[in-house]
Ligand binder design. Structure first.
Ligand code: GTP
Ligand code: SPV
Ligand code: MN
Length: 599
């Protein structure tokens, strides 16, 4: 680490660090260089004070467990604010506070909060260090756990500092775990100042400021100004037996399957035929038009902060291999021989739960439902050789999806870009344990960005529409639903690796190589359009998965109309007209006209 006296060459950075130190009054300041020696020293300190617990080093070399404060295990959407000068710019999709009031409120919390603690200064780069699409930031934190995670999740340290000194600009992120008191907790964004202030949580998206705060909330604001897109999307390359690779970007809400789709293992028949899957990113995607008019995407992250429960050799063997060593586990349970454990693993018995108590089923799950692993992307066996390409990878298809137990078919294709933007804006999904609050409640989550869009959704929809211009060669847009349930409450579609069957249809549609049925909501495959050899699924389940119910959809589309209206004059007229077009198509298909008129 650089001693306190060796600040950076950039006056703006030194001045900010000085200001923060004056406010928070740490015992000492450490500039992080990202080196192995620094990481080892930090780890030793965290093991000594119990911040980290060593896991079984024979079965899980280099793996450690962190237990959060039990009141600090997920993102806190009600305490996450976008503090733009004008409230309208944050939009009804964000909680807002006047910037002056917000600074005053949170600075009062930061006042003296680092006394007795070390303040870490972490320069980081989101995206490949030499990519013109990447953006840098500096996070100041008093949490060594946050430093350890940021070191995995971003390009953190000396190289990032050099780029910041060269560019002279960076996103400022100030973080303190404070007292970990939910009553004294805020995650604030000041997009016009490229500033983030986060107090009172040490968890994931609340505290690793490069991730949701910078790469999505501030990122989306900058992206709109600069003509690109910052999205809550995985990026995956699908290589067919002919050796051609198509990249797909997919937006699913938190804990709805991005990591799993990004790492999928093809079903046996596909594997034998030579299909391969290449992981570029599992959570965030930055894309912009290239010279040829196509959209090119980079993954701004360098690691995965993935959901542990449900991850197993049968659902996601790639992830299991990735996290077999050198991984930080947060809020999982442990077995008698000190191996990490979570619900969904077929073997092993938890003896200690995520809070460190003796496991008792009466206390709920052994691992917290939002327990996570932090691991370097490079450990992933399907890590794409193009994941660090400076110009990004060309995107053939954009996929939206969510947890929809009824109505929404397995897959459908939007007729064009405008319709696709409507499909994304209309997305709905059941809430998950990734954020505090009720789980399983259906809500609109446009483009999976409800918690992450740093500005008014109406403006965001307009920004999406603006990509459709002369010369653009835009990806086709699709919608998927792996979570349709039958009358017995079980998922109708087997999901996971079998999702490649749907991706194959999607890519073939992009190439014009496969058929579909035209419906008012878009193109839906007929049974014969999907390759289903080797898949055990009964015919009636498939019929349900591919059906379009005009009555149900008329009500859905009417509701989407009301939702679009909730952004007032900021909602583009073109999108409203598109909603009316779909409503009319449904009316023509036999849905009662009165329902459509409501939209
Ligand atoms: P964030 O990191 O929160 O943004 O989530 P994510 O979208 O990456 O979600 P992830 O892939 O971690 O999946 C969350 C949960 O959904 C896990 O418990 C998975 O096992 C489960 N899941 C993922 N894909 C499928 C699928 O195809 N079918 C079913 N039934 N469950 C799935
Ligand atoms: C999500 O909630 O979408 C995540 C985890 O990916 S967090 O980093 O906590 O945002
Ligand atoms: Mn996410």
């Amino acid at each position: 680490m650089r001693p306190e006296t060796m600040a950076s060459k950039l006056k703006a950075l030194n001045d900010w660090v000085d200001d923060v130190a004056r406010l928070t009054r740490p015992d000492s300041i450490r500039w992080c260089d990202g080196s192995d020696a620094e990481a080892a020293a930090l780890r030793a300190e965290m093991l000594a004070d119990g911040t980290l617990v060593e896991l079984n080093q024979d079965t899980h070399p280099g793996c450690y467990l962190h237990r959060s404060n039990p009141s600090d295990v997920a993102r806190v959407e009600h305490l996450t604010l976008v503090c733009s000068k004008n409230q309208e710019d944050a939009g009804p999709n964000n909680h807002w506070m006047d910037p002056a009031e917000a600074h005053a409120k949170i600075d009062a919390l930061f006042d003296g909060c680092m006394q007795g603690r070390t303040m870490y200064v972490m320069p980081y780069c989101m995206g490949p260090i030499d990519s013109p699409l990447s953006r840098c930031g500096v996070e100041i934190t008093d949490s060594p756990y946050v430093v350890a995670n940021m070191r995995i999740m971003t390009r953190m340290g000396a190289a990032a500092l050099a780029r910041i000194e060269r560019e002279g600009t960076f996103v400022k992120g100030l973080h303190s775990i404070g007292e970990l008191d939910p009553e004294r907790r805020f995650i604030m964004h000041f997009p016009e100042e490229l500033t983030i202030k986060s107090y009172g949580s040490g968890y994931g998206g609340n505290a690793l400021l490069g991730k949701k705060c910078h790469a999505l909330r501030i990122g989306s604001w900058q992206a709109r100004q600069e003509g690109w897109l910052a999205e809550h999307m995985l990026i995956v390359g699908i290589e067919n037996p002919q050796g051609e690779t198509h990249y797909v970007a997919a937006a699913f809400p938190s804990a709805c399957g991005k990591t799993n789709l990004a790492m999928l293992i093809p079903p046996e028949g596909y594997r034998k035929a030579g299909w391969k899957v290449w992981t570029v990113g599992d959570d965030i995607c930055w894309m912009r038009p290239g010279k040829d008019g196509r959209l090119y995407a980079i993954n701004p992250e360098a690691g995965y902060f993935g959901v542990a429960p449900g991850t197993s050799r049968s659902t996601n063997p790639t992830a299991m291999e990735t996290i077999a060593h050198d991984t930080i586990f947060t809020n999982v349970a442990v077995t008698a021989d000190n191996q990490p454990w979570w619900e969904g693993l077929p073997h092993g018995t938890p003896v200690t739960d995520w809070q460190g108590r003796p496991y008792d089923a009466a206390n709920g799950p052994a691992a917290h439902p939002n327990s996570r692993f932090t691991v370097s992307a490079k450990q992933c066996p399907s890590w794409s050789p193009h994941a660090e390409d400076k110009q990004g990878v060309p995107i053939s298809a954009i996929v939206f999806g969510g947890r929809r137990p009824s109505l929404v078919p397995l897959v459908f294709e939007a007729r064009d870009w405008t319709h696709g933007v409507l499909v994304g804006a209309a997305m709905g999904s059941e809430t998950t344990a990734a954020a505090t609050g009720a789980v399983g409640v259906l809500r609109r989550d446009s483009m999976a960005m409800k918690p992450f869009c740093g500005y008014n959704y109406g403006d965001y929809f307009a920004h999406w529409l603006s990509f459709d211009k002369p010369g653009a060669k835009l990806p086709k847009i699709f919608h998927v639903n792996w979570f349709r349930k039958g009358d017995d409450g079980k998922f109708l579609w087997p999901g996971y690796g079998e999702n490649l069957r749907v991706l194959e249809w999607i890519i073939d549609r992009c190439k014009g190589a496969v058929g579909a049925q035209e419906t008012p909501i878009g193109h839906v495959p007929r049974k014969d359009d999907l390759h289903l050899d080797g898949l055990a699924i009964d015919g009636t389940a498939l019929d349900t998965l591919l059906e379009v119910d005009p009555m149900g959809w008329a009500a859905e589309v009417a509701d989407i109309g009301h939702y679009l209206d909730s952004f007032g004059a900021r909602t583009p007229e073109k999108l409203k007209a598109e909603q009316r077009r779909v409503a009319a198509a449904l009316a023509n298909a036999g849905a009662p006209a009165r329902k459509v008129a409501a939209g």
